[in-house]
Write a protein that binds this ligand. Structure first.
Ligand code: NAD
Length: 401
């Protein structure tokens, strides 16, 4: 069976790598430099080993392309393109639309089309299917299904094989064929009654994280005002064996999922006249953390950061990945600069970001730790500046949340 996977980013390349063991995979991406690298067997994703990619290429199981025409003879298409927000924080389905155009214009026979991109309930039925039909001449009766992706880049305990996968088709045949496709490389498939349930469940999973992160971020501000340790208090609460799940405070949320997906749910809620107050407020609390952290740092340094050298440690949105999308470090740096601080950053996992290179981990007046990669020694962080403020709870001996 030949499979096309549209989008070769975190989700698409991960799926391509697992699927290549059983199917012939063509990875479609409109980023020509990425495609060039992928065809040399160079992976840009933590969790997809370049050696494994090279092997799939060598045995003819995988290749990447920018050409939509190469999907003409496939049996199955997976959509794995970004679903960001517009500048006024509304769902932006522009990449889904362009993927539908590629599919509609190039497929010549009926196939199964599975969407893995995260979007609001109704996207498969009311947006993807009509869009593909609009771009196909003549209209072809494809099968449509959803199977939202749950991959957590950089994580080693859960992967495509052992993470249960939700799925639902627009028809029984679509559901059955989707199950058959994933059953080769996923141990547990969970069929739900409609694509809308799967789409909503995916959004709720990430909203649950967003709201709980906001709650613990607010709690960190409360415990600080009470003069007690947030970490000790959370550990104490966590001794309760039921009804509690521990989240830890941070500088905010980042990545392509947690800061974005809940807004998709809020948008669809408001469209249907339902409240989304928690989601909206959680978003604000998480965004406000950057300002709170800079305020705390300023307070500890005589209220004035003018001309102080500040080293932001860790600009990736989470440990051990190079992903800087929606990273809280960006807002923290912005607020520090507004206060007149001279800001550099250290993150050798990221390397280069926004035209700046990672600075050495030493010699600053102030260090603010946003993300601590495992490869960075806590003691080195502590000696990198006269004053260290840690938002991760991993640098013993520093000031922090
Ligand atoms: N990153 C995660 O951890 C994660 C986890 C679960 C779900 N998701 C969801 O999966 C989807 C993809 O996310 P991602 O993190 O893989 O994004 P990404 O930015 O890493 O990769 C997307 C890729 O799609 C390509 N692309 C965009 N439009 C295209 C088109 N029309 N044709 C071909 N290629 C195109 C881009 O060049 C890019 O390489 C999103 O909906 C996201 O919310 C992401």
């Amino acid at each position: 069976m030949k499979v096309a996977i549209i989008g070769q980013g975190y989700v698409g390349l991960t799926i391509s790598s697992f699927a290549s063991e059983f199917y012939q995979v063509v990875g479609v991406d409109n980023d020509s430099r990425l495609v060039e690298d992928l065809n040399k067997g160079i992976s840009h994703i933590e969790g997809v080993d370049s050696a494994v990619l090279k092997e799939w290429i060598r045995v003819g199981r995988y290749h990447a392309t920018t050409r939509g025409s190469e999907i003409a003879d496939v049996d199955l298409v997976v959509i794995a393109v970004p679903t960001p927000l517009t500048s006024n924080r509304k769902p932006d389905l522009r990449f889904i639309d362009s993927a539908c155009k590629t599919i509609g214009e190039n497929l010549k026979k009926p196939v199964l089309i599975i969407n893995e991109s995260t979007s609001f309930p109704g996207t498969l039925r009311n947006y993807i299917k009509p869009a593909i039909e609009k771009y196909s001449t003549p209209t072809i009766e494809h099968l449509y299904a959803i199977s939202p992706e749950r991959v957590d880049p950089g994580r080693s305990d859960f992967n495509q094989k052992n993470t249960p996968r939700l799925l639902a088709g627009l028809t029984h045949e679509a559901t059955a064929r989707t199950r058959e496709f994933y059953s080769k490389f996923c141990d547990q498939l969970v069929e739900v009654s409609s694509p809308e349930v799967a789409e909503a469940a995916k959004l709720f999973e990430n909203t649950f994280r967003q709201v709980n992160i906001a709650l613990v971020n607010e709690f960190a501000q409360i415990t600080h005002s009470l003069g007690i340790s947030v970490y000790e208090t959370l550990d104490a609460a966590d001794t309760k064996p039921y009804g509690f799940m521990k989240f830890t405070p941070s500088a905010g949320v980042g990545g392509h999922c947690i800061p974005v997906d809940p807004t998709y749910l809020a948008a669809v809620a408001e469209e249907h006249g339902a409240p989304a107050t928690f989601i909206r407020r959680a978003n604000e609390v998480n965004l406000e953390m950057s300002e709170y952290i800079v305020r705390r740092v300023a307070e500890d340094n005589g209220g004035n950061l003018e001309g102080k050298s500040v080293l932001v440690v860790g600009v990736a949105y989470k440990p051990n990945v190079a992903d800087v999308r929606e990273t809280a470090a960006e807002l923290v740096i912005e607020y520090l600069r507004k206060k007149g601080a001279v800001v550099t950053w250290h993150d050798e996992v990221v390397g280069n970001w926004k035209g700046e290179a990672s600075a050495p981990l030493q010699g600053a007046d102030i260090a603010v730790v946003i993300t601590k990669h495992d490869s960075v020694d806590a003691k080195k962080i502590l000696s990198s500046a006269h004053y260290v403020f840690d938002t991760t709870g991993k640098v013993a001996g520093s000031k922090g949340l």
